[in-house]
Design a protein around this ligand. Structure first.
Ligand code: HEM
Length: 513
């Protein structure tokens, strides 16, 4: 018996020895291959064993830490987070070289735990890598949102009732005369525009549906955003084992989205609406193209989620930041108002008047540069062996595109942390033409094959909303903030990260003009 036990112990200790040896060989081989594959790309040091640079990256402000590292490692470098080697592009030149000149090579999306779990990477636009299906979906959505060409009028029609509802609610606040938080008022109006474009439906602002959408938005921010939610990409097995509450939140976010989708689908079927972007997508399911590109209800649901979240949070945050800018720089809102009223009186401005409002346009361009509220874009992935700024880059490498660093690079932007619309005006006060190097260097929407699909829509809607706000109201700090001189900061370095970067909530007062 004793002999058996000894033999058993002997075998098991030899086996553990072999396992440890194999593990060591695997890690050593990976480290060696990785050193070879990525050796030409400068790396951020020091790196700790196993976790690499993870300990120095505060994920809530990752874009800022990466921008700081440019001083030591140059604009193109690689970082390691656990097993992942990630290429980081931090300058306009490197981003343009990769996303525009080598567009196909940098058009992929990395495989991710969070998006593969629910097949989001097979059906959505945002998370799918560069496939024929993705290209088809992008074309279809751009076409049916009519964002290019003759799309201005249809967007103005979709915005008009929502602008009126928003102005009514602001008027109530003006009459009440008390300080209030403007985010929900803006959110509901912006969200309704997206619901009109995607589902051909809209809701009263008092409808409980907005609470559901906001909570869903909040959960997706928390779980799919590029902020702290990223942790899980480095240690997905913990989530898989259900050790973290993150796993539960992820499941809950998806369930909430499914519940919302089921309600909207019934509505869509009842309206029989093929006018809307998502109605059109659903009608493709049983067509040749639908079969060729595997368009299913899941596809429609994912694309709807993309448009709803990408199209609401981004613009709401931009408009909220604009109000904060107005509180900090009252002269900006006065100048904008005088230009707006001079051009089209009290009526809502239209896109055709844009050309006569250089100052308003300059404010909105500066806003997008200054806040850079999608600071790391969406991670890209190399689809073949390629290079950036003559540095060889291997296939299948995750790429972070640091738009934040490029938009605040002091080499191109004097006083990058000062809000200064005059950067985009010539001496006579005319807007610099779109091809001018200064305007081209603002990259708030990414570039190339994966450029924001809603860029044109977003810019035009921002103009319509900003014009309506400033024409009808004057925005002022709350009495408490004014007397204590403690306005929430406008500096985007103080903002918090989710799907987009957003300022702390704040209150303000409005008066009719
Ligand atoms: C101020 C407003 C907005 C900003 C700053 C913004 C910015 C961005 C950025 C930086 C990306 C990532 C690009 C990349 O991966 O390189 C993106 C992607 C995307 N955006 Fe926007 N966006 C805005 C509004 C919108 C709107 C209104 C919509 C839709 C109605 C939209 C839909 C999308 C979609 C679908 C993608 C994914 C594209 C793809 O992966 O191929 N965005 N956006």
């Amino acid at each position: 018996m004793k002999q058996h036990r000894a033999m058993y112990l002997d075998i098991s200790s030899s086996l553990s020895g072999v396992v440890v040896l194999l593990l060591f060989c695997y890690v050593a081989k990976r480290a060696f291959t990785s050193t070879q594959r990525y050796s030409s790309i400068p790396k951020v040091t020091p790196r700790l064993p196993i976790i690499g640079n993870a300990q120095s990256l505060d994920l809530g402000r990752c874009h800022m830490v990466l921008a700081e590292w440019v001083k030591h490692f140059g604009p193109v470098f690689r970082i390691k987070i656990f097993m992942d080697e990630i290429l980081v592009l931090n300058s306009y030149e490197s981003i343009h070289d990769a996303l525009v000149k080598k567009d196909m090579a940098f058009a992929g999306r990395p495989p991710r735990f969070r998006t593969s779990k629910s097949d989001r990477d097979k059906h959505s636009i945002v998370w799918q890598t560069y496939t024929p299906k993705l290209q088809f979906l992008r074309r279809e959505i751009i076409q049916s949102l009519k964002i290019y060409g003759g799309g201005r009028e249809s967007l103005e029609q979709a915005c008009a009732p929502e602008l009126n509802k928003m102005l009514e609610r602001l008027q109530q606040e003006a009459t009440a005369g008390t300080a209030f938080d403007p985010v929900d008022i803006i959110y509901d109006a912006v969200c309704n525009v997206i619901l009109r474009l995607t589902l051909n439906s809209s809701f009263e602002h008092s409808d409980k549906v907005f609470q559901l959408i906001r909570s869903m938005n909040h959960l997706f921010n928390d779980t799919f955003g590029t902020g702290k939610g990223q942790n899980i990409e480095s240690i997905p097995f913990l989530c898989e084992l259900g050790f973290t509450s993150f796993s539960k939140r992820l499941d809950y976010a998806m369930k909430m989205r499914d519940r919302f989708w089921d309600q909207q689908k019934i509505q869509l079927e009842q309206n029989g609406s093929k006018e809307s972007a998502i109605g059109k997508l659903l009608s493709l399911i049983s067509t040749d193209n639908g079969e060729k590109y595997d368009i299913t209800e899941q596809t429609a649901k994912e694309v709807f989620t993309n448009l709803l979240l990408a199209g609401t949070d981004t613009t709401t945050t931009a408009l909220t930041c604009l109000l904060l800018v107005f509180l900090h720089y009252p002269e900006v809102q006065e100048k904008m108002r005088s230009e707006q009223c001079h051009s089209s009186g009290k009526q809502c401005s239209t896109g055709s008047e844009k050309g006569h409002m250089p100052y308003t346009e300059a404010v909105l361009i500066e806003l997008l540069r200054f806040i850079s509220h999608v600071p790391l874009a969406v991670p890209h992935y190399t689809t073949c062996d390629t290079s950036v700024m003559d540095i060889p880059v291997p296939k299948d490498m995750t790429v972070y595109v640091n738009l934040w660093a490029a938009n605040h690079d002091s080499k191109h932007w004097p006083d990058p942390w000062t809000f200064n619309p005059s950067r985009f005006l010539d001496k006579e006060g005319n807007l610099l033409p779109p091809g001018h190097p200064i305007r081209r260097r603002v990259i708030a929407f990414g570039a190339g094959r994966r450029v924001c699909l809603g860029e044109a829509l977003a810019k035009h809607r921002l103009f319509l909303f900003a014009s309506a706000l400033v024409k009808n109201f004057r925005f002022k700090p709350s009495d408490e903030d004014a007397s204590a001189k403690c306005l929430p900061p406008v500096d985007p370095r103080t903002y918090e990260m989710g799907i987009v970067l957003h300022p702390q909530r704040f209150k303000l007062k409005v008066e009719s003009v």
